[in-house]
Design a binder for this molecule. Structure first.
Ligand SMILES: O=C(O)c1ccccc1N[C@@H]1O[C@H](COP(=O)(O)O)[C@@H](O)[C@H]1O
Length: 207
């Protein structure tokens, strides 16, 4: 099974088309207004509705959302799953209410942060946000990939944080990840996806 790839922070058709043509498994839409990758529900709807049924699955990323925040987006955008930054109990509740597959994001500083049990559909394992950052992810910040080596993950997981076309293969080898997630590392400027970097990233992850 090839390594699976998520391209997060899609904001325009150029990025979306590049991700789909490169064969990405998932694309992410960021519904967090402090992010340079923020998209409104209306903008994401225009992108998501044009996607082929056999193309990448559509993941909505939320940071500490209320149920209404999620409902307002789902009223417009046909999402296939949610990526949530919140505490474990709240993420499980969102899974119950939304009826969609839910991935919980977990910031890792040491091996002790890796969950041994959970009640979600997947985990996004990434570095803790650096001090002073106003967002919990999307900081182009990597952690020690060997921390996940040999971890008995309770559910499928993605490796994220600071990945790019030049380091993704090393990251896969050191971490043992079978799925990877990237945002900053495939951009020419914050929030601007580069079709060329997207192509190179997917190719490198699957090499
Ligand atoms: O991309 C963002 O701006 C963002 C904002 C808030 C939470 C998460 C965010 N992005 C996610 O963070 C990881 C790693 O991103 P990067 O490759 O280091 O930029 C990834 O899951 C993004 O989807």
């Amino acid at each position: 099974m090839p390594v699976r790839v998520k391209i997060c922070g899609i904001r325009d058709h150029a990025g979306l088309d590049a991700a789909a043509q490169a064969g990405a498994d998932w694309v992410g839409f960021v519904f967090f207004s402090r992010s340079p990758r923020y998209v409104t529900a209306q903008a994401a709807s225009a992108l998501a509705r044009d996607m082929a049924v056999d193309g990448p699955k559509r993941i909505g990323l939320f940071v500490r959302p209320t149920d209404d925040d999620i409902r307002r987006v789902l009223d417009h955008v046909p999402l296939d799953g949610l990526q949530i930054y919140d505490d474990a109990g709240r993420i499980e509740a969102i899974r119950t209410h939304s009826g969609l597959p839910v991935w919980g994001a977990v910031g890792i500083a040491s091996r002790h942060d890796l969950p041994e049990t959970c009640r979600v559909d997947g985990l996004v394992i990434e570095s803790r946000a650096p001090a002073g950052s106003d967002r919990p992810g999307g900081n182009a910040h990597a952690f020690d990939w060997t921390l996940t080596h040999g971890w008995q993950a309770p559910v499928p997981w993605l490796l994220a944080g600071g990945l790019n076309p030049d380091n993704v293969q090393r990251a896969i080898q050191h971490s043992g990840a079978r799925a990877v997630d990237v945002s900053s590392g495939v951009e020419s400027a914050p929030g601007v996806k580069s079709p060329e970097l997207i192509r190179r990233f997917v190719q490198a992850a699957r090499a």
